[in-house]
Design a protein around this ligand. Sequence first.
Ligand code: FES
Length: 163
Amino acid sequence: MPALNPEIRRKIESYLPRYPSKQAVTLPALHIVHDEMRCVSNAAIEEIAEMLDLAPAEVQDTMSFYEFFHTEEAPMGKTRLWVCRSLACALRGGDELLSHLCRKLNVQPGDTTADGKITLEFAECLGACEGAPAVMIDDEHEHNVTPEAAEKIVERLRTPLAG
Ligand code: FES
């Protein structure tokens, strides 16, 4: 069975006319696969390479350069929770916030909780320095996050949606 379903393939193909070469679609393709599958497996790397007329090692090189993508050995959880550790946030408790969340979730940065719900990551500046310390929950910023506020975020992420 192919690693990439037809919908993922269609999305990747839709990028081809927008870029000067097939190789230039490597990064968007990795993002598409990562968003949909919560990781980029070796099989997915091979299929991306085939679609873009590249060697799998070229796709692998791009993937490992960015340190953003999770592999199949350590897939992302349902939600990715980023804690900023750059200067403005560090000065306002970002490091302590990250340590607090590591203890609370029983993970290290880059790991996913045992229930598969949250992947905790550290981030460089999230572009929200005026709200330091800042976190990002998938694509959504939260500002001035105290350890107590972080615990509420975790509770919310762990609560199944009603209905
Ligand atoms: S330093 Fe944390 S958002 Fe800019």
